[in-house]
Design a protein around this ligand. Structure first.
Ligand SMILES: Cc1cc2nc3c(=O)[nH]c(=O)nc-3n(C[C@H](O)[C@H](O)[C@H](O)COP(=O)(O)OP(=O)(O)OC[C@H]3O[C@@H](n4cnc5c(N)ncnc54)[C@H](O)[C@@H]3O)c2cc1C
Length: 431
């Protein structure tokens, strides 16, 4: 029997458990440990609340979670509650699937002013992550700037632009819905250092901006390279660029605007004790398609600045770390003997939910071919150690009770009203 601990219950953690189960069948016991009492990582706390069909992938993980060989151990923070060295004493193999929950820092003057918020925090706020429920982002000004040219920037722009009615059927948390309905933000600028051919935005998410009730995208037609160059793009990118070209060719007047500000490099954020404006340097592309400052600067108003410029994995004591790339140091997922990583903790914050599947299957393959080691005690020993530390473990059945309470609390038309603090989640278990 092999005992495996997976730290993190997001897609990478569950795909790894699924792969181990398929590969080793009854010969493996997997504990999926998460610091929160609720599973699924960014499927619950990252994927946009108005994209419920994407969140539905978690149903697939339920099948894995409810099998005898796999267990969810929620509300246990690896690091403070139990160390990696302790886990390696208890399990034959430990897999880190801790994701990349920390915002990459914006390092320009004024980036620390109130009103400048990383997307992990902003997205966590509207998705009810307990770490960010109290964020209270400033929405009373007229203008917001979003820094970054990926899908997260699009999510943030769309959420800021939607009307209350457009959140029907979503699971946006009540505190965010109320705040967004009262928001004064009318002008949203999405800032990208390079041009329309260098975006990392997918067609579906871009296309959605063309169908908002009260807001319309605006793109400067002079930002595009010659139309013939689109033929050189891969098909998905070509579709995205076609959306941008359509927005540029056919501007629509609506009360709120979403401006795509290309060739725009923020160089400072200014304001009297809080963010009020962003100073931007105009850029151009060099021969290697890198952005180069032109020296020309201009300023836009923004009392809310959301940075969507990537994420990092927090280091864990005792685990080698690659500082430049903000992830665990690893070779094809292998960190040290019997210690692996998968998902965003392995690759950094790129790709979709499905990109994490091959990671998990590959690492499961490596684990299965590891030479046998003297048996480790596994889950019973974990339970004894955590009980001695008065840990309040949440099981998968407990999570299902939390979920049932969230469904029961839903406002009309919504799938659930999430608990936004850990105490409320545990109180729903009434124990
Ligand atoms: C804003 C946003 C929107 C996205 N939207 C989409 C989308 O629409 N479609 C799509 O395909 N992909 C989307 N993605 C990408 C997708 O969410 C990721 O590819 C995926 O979640 C990465 O999986 P992961 O398991 O590596 O990390 P995560 O999903 O982040 O899971 C990590 C888990 O580890 C736990 N954890 C962390 N540290 C510890 C610790 N010390 N101890 C115990 N547990 C710990 C966390 O609580 C979490 O549950 C989005 C990402 C973001 C940021």
């Amino acid at each position: 029997m092999r005992h495996v601990a997976i730290v993190g219950s997001g897609p990478a953690g569950y795909y790894t458990a699924e792969a181990l189960q398929k590969k080793l069948g009854d010969d493996v016991r997997v504990d999926i440990i998460d610091r929160l009492p609720v599973p699924y990582g960014l499927i619950r706390f990252g994927v946009a609340p108005d994209h419920q069909s994407i969140k539905a992938v978690s149903r697939r993980y339920e099948g894995v979670a409810l099998s005898d060989s796999v267990r969810f151990v929620g509300n246990v923070n690896v690091g403070p509650d139990i160390s990696i060295a302790e886990l390696l004493d208890l399990y034959d193999t430990v897999v880190l699937a801790t994701g990349a929950p920390n915002d990459r820092a914006l390092t320009i003057p004024g980036a620390d002013l109130p009103g400048v918020i990383g997307s992990a925090a902003f997205v966590g706020w509207y998705n009810g992550h307990p770490d960010f429920a109290d964020l209270d982002p400033p929405l009373s000004g007229a203008s917001a700037a979003i820094i970054g040219n990926g899908n997260v920037a699009l999510d943030v722009a769309r959420i800021l632009a939607k009307t209350g009615a457009e959140f029907g059927g979503s699971d946006i948390v009540g505190h965010a819905l109320t705040a967004l309905q009262d928001s004064n933000i009318r002008h949203i600028s999405i800032l990208g250092r390079r041009g329309p051919h260098q975006i990392a935005m997918t067609p579906k998410e871009l296309g959605e901006l063309g169908h908002l009730a009260n807001a319309a995208p605006r793109v400067d037609p002079t930002d595009f390279p010659p139309e013939g160059d689109d033929a050189l793009l891969e098909p998905g990118m070509r579709k995205s660029v076609t959306h941008l070209r359509n927005f540029a060719a056919d501007p629509v007047a609506k009360p709120k605007t979403i401006d795509f500000d290309f060739f725009a490099m923020p160089i400072a954020i200014e304001g009297d004790g809080r963010a009020e404006r962003v100073v931007i340097e105009r850029t151009r592309l060099d021969d290697a398609l890198r952005s180069v400052g032109t020296g020309e600067t201009y300023t836009i108003d923004a009392s809310l600045v959301v940075t969507c410029i990537g994420y990092q994995t927090p280091p864990i004591e005792g685990v080698p770390y690659e500082h430049g790339r903000g992830r665990f140091a690893n070779d094809e997922g292998r960190i040290l003997p019997h210690l692996y990583c998968v998902g965003w903790a392995r690759r950094g914050p790129t790709g979709t939910i499905g990109t994490n599947r091959p990671d998990g299957y590959d690492v499961a393959e490596q684990i299965a071919s590891e030479p046998a080691v003297p048996p480790h005690p596994g889950r019973e020993a974990l339970d004894r150690l955590l009980a001695a530390r008065n840990a309040n473990i949440v099981t998968f059945r407990d999570w299902q009770r939390i979920e049932a309470a969230e469904i029961a609390n839903a406002r009309a038309g919504a799938p659930r009203e999430k608990f936004t603090d850990i105490a409320a989640m545990l109180a729903a278990l009434d124990r």
